[in-house]
Design a protein around this ligand. Structure first.
Ligand code: LLP
Length: 387
C-alpha cells in the first residue's frame, strides 16, 4: 500500500520499478528525478493565469535538467547566493536576467554588488544595509522583503518570520525604510514575504498577499508583489494533497481587489519533492533489544531531513515489492550518529536482507541539495528520467 487515500495518485516510480532497479544496480546512493512530474507540478501552479511571475527556489534542487525543464514551462529562478545566480546563468545562458530574483540573507556586500551588476532583481531586507552600503544601492531598483510578524511551516527550523527569525524587515519599519530609500534614490518596485516552508493552510498566502497589497497600494512605484514559496507536499500517506483550487480562489480575491501589481511566487519543494526518489542498498539487518533495524548504505549524509526536522519520507523495498509478509523495522544509515535514522516503526517485508534495493520517496526537494560528505561518505549520484 503506497497511499491510504483515494485522492492520492500512484507515484511515478511504481511504473518505473525495473528501470530504477537497473539504475540502483549500477551504484547507490543515487537520486532519480522524474521530469514529467516536475513539469506537471509547475503547470498546475501557473494554471488559471493568476500568477504573473514564477521563480523556482533552486535551493531545493539545482540539477541543470530540472532548471531547464522549469524554464521551458515559464519559470524564472529565485537564488539565495551569487553562486546560485551563476549556476542558473551557466545552465541557461540565454535567460533574461529579469527572470532571476536574488533573495539572500546576511550575504556579504560583494554579492549585492555582483547581483546589481548582473541586472537581476535584488531583494533587500534591512535598514542597516542602506546605512552601511549607500553606494551599492544608490540609484538602483530593488524589492523589499518584509517580516509580517509570524512564521509558519512544517517545523520550527523552517519558519522565516517573527522575532525569532533572522529574515525580513519588520513591517513597523516599512515607512522608515521607504523614506531612506527615497533619500538615496533607491526605487522599491516589489514587495516580498516568505514566512516558511511546508505550509498546509491555503489561507496563508491570501493573508500575506492582502497585507503586502495594502502596503503597495499606499506607496508609489511598486509593481510586483511576491508572496513567497512554502507550498506543501503530502509526505505521509494519510494527508490530502494541497488544495490548489482553494489557494487560487483566495489569491484571486485579493488580486481583483488590487489589480495594479503583478503577482509573483517562489516555490521550491512543491515543484520537485515528489519528482525525486533516493535509491539505497541494504547493508545489514540487525536485531537489538527487541528493535529490528534495516541498515542502508547512506542515511543523514544523503538525506538530512529526517535527522534535522524529524521529517517523514516513505520507505519502500523495491526488490521485494508486493511481499505479503511484513514486519516493523527502524531504518538507519551508516553514519556515526544516533540521529542517523531515516524512518522509525516502518512496515517492510520480513525477508528484507543484504543487497535489497530501497527507495526513499519524495526526496527531490532539499535532498541532494543538503547532502554532505560526513564520515567521508561519497555524495549520491543523480539521474534523470524523462518521457
Ligand atoms: N523563498 C525563500 C526566500 C525561501 O527561503 C525558500 C525556502 C523558498 C522560497 C522556497 O520554499 P519552499 O517552496 O521550498 O517551501 N530544508 C528545509 C526547507 C528550507 C526552506 C528554505 N527556504 C526542508 O527540507 O524542509
Amino acid at each position: 500500500v503506497v497511499h491510504g487515500r483515494p485522492d492520492r495518485a500512484t507515484p511515478w516510480w511504481v511504473a518505473h520499478r525495473d528501470e530504477l532497479l537497473a539504475k540502483a544496480a549500477a551504484s547507490t546512493p543515487r537520486y532519480v528525478y522524474h521530469l514529467p512530474t516536475v513539469r506537471e507540478r509547475a503547470r498546475s501552479l501557473l494554471a488559471g493565469g493568476i500568477v504573473d511571475r514564477g521563480f523556482y527556489a533552486l535551493k531545493a534542487n539545482a540539477h541543470p535538467a530540472i532548471l531547464r525543464a522549469l524554464e521551458a514551462v515559464g519559470f524564472g529562478f529565485e537564488c539565495v547566493s551569487v553562486a546560485e545566480v551563476e549556476h542558473v546563468r551557466r545552465t541557461l545562458p540565454a535567460l533574461d536576467p529579469s527572470r532571476i530574483l536574488f533573495t539572500p540573507s546576511f550575504a556579504p556586500r560583494r554579492e549585492y554588488e555582483a547581483a546589481f551588476e548582473a541586472g537581476v532583481n535584488v531583494t533587500l531586507d534591512n535598514l542597516e544595509m542602506l546605512h552601511r552600503w549607500p553606494d551599492v544601492v544608490r540609484g538602483r531598483e530593488a524589492w523589499l522583503r518584509l517580516d509580517l510578524g509570524h512564521g509558519d511551516g512544517h517545523h520550527e527550523k523552517v519558519k522565516t518570520g517573527g522575532a525569532e527569525a533572522k529574515f525580513g524587515l519588520p513591517i513597523a519599519r516599512f515607512d522608515a525604510f521607504m523614506a531612506e530609500a527615497r533619500a538615496l534614490g533607491l526605487r522599491i518596485t516589489g514587495l516580498h514575504a516568505h514566512l516558511g516552508s511546508g505550509i498546509d493552510d491555503p489561507a496563508h498566502w491570501r493573508e500575506v498577499y492582502g497585507t503586502l497589497a495594502a502596503l503597495a497600494d499606499s506607496s508609489e512605484g511598486i509593481d510586483t508583489i511576491d508572496i513567497g514559496g512554502g507550498f506543501p507536499v503530502p509526505y505521509t500517506p494519510d494527508v490530502r494533497p494541497f488544495d490548489l483550487d482553494a489557494w487560487r480562489e483566495g489569491v484571486r480575491a485579493i488580486k481583483s481587489a488590487y489589480p495594479r501589481c503583478r503577482l509573483a511566487i517562489e516555490p521550491g519543494r512543491y515543484l520537485v519533492a515528489e519528482a525525486g526518489a533516493l535509491l539505497l542498498q541494504v547493508t545489514q539487518v540487525v536485531e537489538k533489544d527487541g528493535v529490528r533495524r534495516i541498515g542502508l548504505d547512506a542515511g543523514m549524509n544523503a538525506l538530512l531531513r529526517p535527522a534535522m526536522y524529524e521529517a517523514y519520507h516513505g520507505i519502500h523495498n523495491l526488490t521485494r515489492d508486493g511481499d505479503p509478509s511484513l514486519d516493523t523495522f527502524d531504518v538507519v544509515g551508516p553514519i556515526c550518529e544516533s540521529g542517523d535514522v531515516l524512518g522509525r516503526h516502518r512496515r517492510l517485508p520480513s525477508a528484507t536482507g543484504e543487497g535489497d534495493l530501497v527507495l526513499i520517496a519524495d526526496a527531490g526537494a532539499y535532498g541532494m541539495a543538503m547532502a554532505n560528505t560526513y564520515n567521508l561518505r561519497p555524495l549520491p549520484a543523480e539521474d534523470i528520467l524523462d518521457d
